[in-house]
Design a protein around this ligand. Sequence first.
Ligand SMILES: Cc1ncc(COP(=O)(O)O)c(C=O)c1O
Length: 372
Amino acid sequence: MSTSADLLTTTERLHNFSAGPGALPTEVMLELRDELPVYRDLGSSIMEVSHRSAAYTEINERVVARMKRLLGLGDEWHVVFLQGGASMQFHQVALNFLPEGGVADYLNTGSWSTKAIKEAKIVARGRNAFANVAASSEEAGFTYIPDPSTWELSPQAAYLHYTSNNTIYGTEFHYEPEAEVPLVCDASSNFLSHPIETHRYGLIYAGAQKNIGPAGATAVLIREDFLQRRHEGLPTMLDYGTHTAKLFNTPPVYAVYIIEKVLAWIENHGGLAGMAARNDDKASALYGAIDATEFYRGTARPDSRSKMNVTFRLPSEDLEAQFVAEAKGEGLLALKGYRTVGGVRASIYNAVSMESVQALIDFMRHFEAARG
Ligand SMILES: Cc1ncc(COP(=O)(O)O)c(C=O)c1O
């Protein structure tokens, strides 16, 4: 008779291309299983104990240390895990860092950037300040990253906000913006997928549920000198200083516990350089398959293609629907494009293996041979 522990075998896990919450490493899943319902000598699971217990304190210290090691962050950086999703950060960033009568620059490269700009404008209105859209690719359906030569940056900006990977449209910055002012980055969908030059940033945030863990926690990295520029008199929970000073309230403990394991997995797989090599291989194989035929058509401009979310079309919407449904039948999950843009989207985050990408490529070839 199979026990519940037998049910989570690696062979039962299908190829998961979900855009988020997305695939996490199977090794991590197995560890989670092994640590339920009892964590080490606690006599309970980790989700049932105080966030001030020695066991959780140790996990929190480990996750912060791993994050700093992976990104090469010094003591001047704070690492906190907040709730409210990346969407909360859209507002919180502006609330903390858009000064009275000041300006912040935004690059508009997709729906998430648009939402971040909307929140910044709400804050700006009450402060006689300005959220400046320095560049946008909206006129072309967000299919590319605007060239830096076209950006209209404000010399006095408090920060330059950008979305490093556009989950819906399948575009990604392949460089880090050059600016005289600190960068603020929504890195939700390519966080820890490759090394970055952290000294250029004041703040980086990422919803955990794509590359680093389950939904429920948002990683926020803040540099101390940038933190010191924040607005005064903010609501306690929305003031970053509340969370960098100490563990103010109950954090999303189980999510953070899982993130700690995912970061360990990244460290054990070559760190960010290892992730970059792995992600390069997967993306070039998949784009290679798209470009090899007229049947599939990539939607992002080639120089702006995302290595995390690969978006493409087939000759008709009918064929796209059949593709997604038949792929599911073959164990290739969650390939439907975002509800407002359609098409096919394969999200190939860190944890998605080359084996899964190869299975998708094989399916694409068979599908084209049968329907092309
Ligand atoms: C780039 C990006 N930013 C922000 C969000 C919103 O994140 P959340 O649902 O955690 O608020 C998403 C969600 O998919 C995203 O992909």
